[in-house]
Each structure stands twice: as C-alpha cells, then as structure tokens.
Design a protein around this ligand. Structure first.
Ligand SMILES: [Zn+2]
Ligand SMILES: [Zn+2]
Ligand SMILES: [Zn+2]
Length: 315
C-alpha cells in the first residue's frame, strides 16, 4: 500500500507545483509527476511478485534460492529497484501493456526541461501533464482495476482533466492549421505534428498562414512565442520522426529511411523519393547499369556508387 500512496502523493505534489505561480517549481512539477508514474508501475510489480520473494519483481537483482523442500525460488536482493528499462522489460514479459512511446515523451521532456530548454513556462508543461494523464488514467483502470478519479482524489483529477482538455483543444487547432498547408509529403506533415519547440518543448506549433506551401510559411510556438521558419524546424522534425526506423536499420540491417540530399544540405526521404528541405526528387535507378541506387550511394545520382567509381577511373 505504501508504494501506491507514494505514487498518488507524488502526482498530487507535481500538480501543486504546476499550479504554483513560482516558475522555479516547473522542473519539480515534471520530476514529481514522472516519479509518480514510475511508482504506480512499481506498485503493480509488487502486486505481481510471488509471496515470500522479497518483492522480487521490483528489485534489479533477483537470485535463485533453494528452500527446505528443495524447490528453487527467485528472491529479490539488495536495495536497488528497477529503472524504466527494467520495468518495460518486465511488463512486456508479463503482458502488462503501457503506451511506451508516450511515456518516453514524458521522460524526454522531463530530462530536457532540466538540461536543455532555455525557456520554461507553465504552458509548455501542459503537454507533459496531458500525456501523463492518459498514461495514469489507463494504467489505474486497466492494470490496478481502480477508479482513477477515486484513487487520485477529486482535486488532482480535476486538474488533470482540465489540462488535458485545454491542451488537446489547442493541439488539434494546430494540427488542423498544419493540415491546410502543402507539404512535400505526408510523412513531413506528420513529423511537423510530432515536433516540439526547441526552446520550451511545447507541441503547440502553429503556422502563421493557412493554405500555402509549407516551406514558405513561418511557424510560431503558442507556448513561448518562439518564431521558427520552415528550415529551422525541418531537420529536427524529420530526424526525430524517423529516429526509430534509423535505429532499426542500424541494429537489424536494411536500408536507412533517410539520407543526405544530393542537391542541398537537407535530409532526403529515401522511400518517399523527396528531399524534406528542397523538394528535390532524385533518380533512384542507375543510368549506366540499371541497378537501384542505394541510400548511401545517392550522392552519385544518377549513377550507382559502383558505376560512379568505374567512370571516375576512366577519366
Ligand atoms: Zn516554445
Ligand atoms: Zn535537398
Ligand atoms: Zn550502376
């Protein structure tokens, strides 16, 4: 029971920090809310731990011990408890579903607000609270089988609902406006919808005009007022959006989804056949041998890396 109480207290304190007028409590707000979520997860792992195992599932070290009957039991050892990575591994293996992408976003924001963002304002925390709300609500009702409103208390629940509604409303206004613009590809539109302001981390990025070409428009962060031209957003937005696929292409092999544009300094979307910065469409078939030009050979376009090499020798 005590871990669960700590979780609820931590979330409540985080929300109090958020409501305070003291800007210095912003980082504390994000820390407390994130800690509260992890405590909820740990509470679940405690519940699932076998009896007499010293809460093995929340301990980083778990060792087998033999009891008087000769049976082997896994017993939790030491004081170190599980971190986010351990929790994810154990939940996946136990079939406890959590929206990990959303949690990762909360964790990244919490970290960035302490170390990276130069602008910190209350509005930019709304996204973290909104994401946290959905994780907390679903986890409590799906995996703790409790009523989230009752467990969190009316005050905390009201703040969470309210922030989530305000944020979702503003976010969908931004998305609606972005969708009137003409992007080089739908993937780029999606990457803009996922983009967070580089000053404050807010996801409320609004174009200054509608129904124009995306590349011609200025963008403004509705939380901190940061003005961003297309070229300041595109690199970060696209690399963030494809980061998981790029990671997979490194670990599991296969082609990278992005590569350097042969025409400009921008990021070329290989499967979309278009540069996210200049809109250039490269030749993907070698004009000499007809083979496919791979992402890493695209600099040699309209030839493949091999033909380019052979021809440069002939010169
Ligand atoms: Zn901002
Ligand atoms: Zn380009
Ligand atoms: Zn070739």
């Amino acid at each position: 029971m005590s871990i669960l109480k700590n979780a609820i207290d931590s979330i409540a304190i985080g929300l109090e920090d958020y409501q305070s007028s003291d800007g210095r409590r912003i980082a504390s707000s994000t820390r407390n809310i994130f800690a509260g979520i992890l405590l909820l997860f740990k509470h679940k792992l405690c519940e699932l731990s076998p009896p007499d195992s010293d809460e093995s599932l929340i301990k980083q070290r778990v060792l087998p011990e033999m009891d008087a009957t000769g049976a082997v039991n896994w017993i939790g050892k030491g004081k170190k408890t599980v971190d986010v990575h351990n929790i994810k591994e154990r939940f996946n293996s136990l079939g406890v579903a959590v929206d990990w992408n959303r949690l990762e976003r909360v964790n990244k924001y919490r970290n960035d607000i302490e170390h990276y963002y130069s602008t910190q304002n209350l509005q930019s925390v709304q996204r973290l609270i909104s994401d946290s709300f959905l994780i907390i609500r679903d986890f409590i009702s799906d995996h703790l089988n409790e009523d989230p409103k009752q467990l969190l208390g009316d005050d905390a629940w009201a703040i969470l609902i309210n922030v989530n509604e305000v944020y979702e409303k503003e976010k969908s206004a931004c998305v609606d406006a972005l969708e009137t613009l003409e992007f080089f590809s739908d993937e780029i539109l999606s990457s803009f919808e996922n983009y967070s302001c580089n000053e404050c981390g807010s996801g409320l990025i609004m174009p200054s005009k509608k129904n124009e070409e995306a590349i011609e428009v200025e963008y403004v962060c509705k939380s901190c007022g940061n003005n961003l031209p297309y070229e300041d957003i595109i690199g970060d937005a696209v690399s963030e959006y494809f980061s998981h696929e790029v990671y997979l292409s490194h670990t599991d092999g296969g082609d990278s989804p992005i590569t350097a544009c042969p025409e400009c300094e921008g990021i070329y979307l290989y499967s979309e056949k278009i540069c996210s910065s200049c809109g250039h469409t490269a030749e993907h078939e070698c004009q000499r041998c007809g083979s496919t030009i791979l992402p890493e050979e695209l600099y040699a376009e309209p030839f493949c890396g091999y033909c380019e090499h052979v021809m440069s020798k002939d010169d």
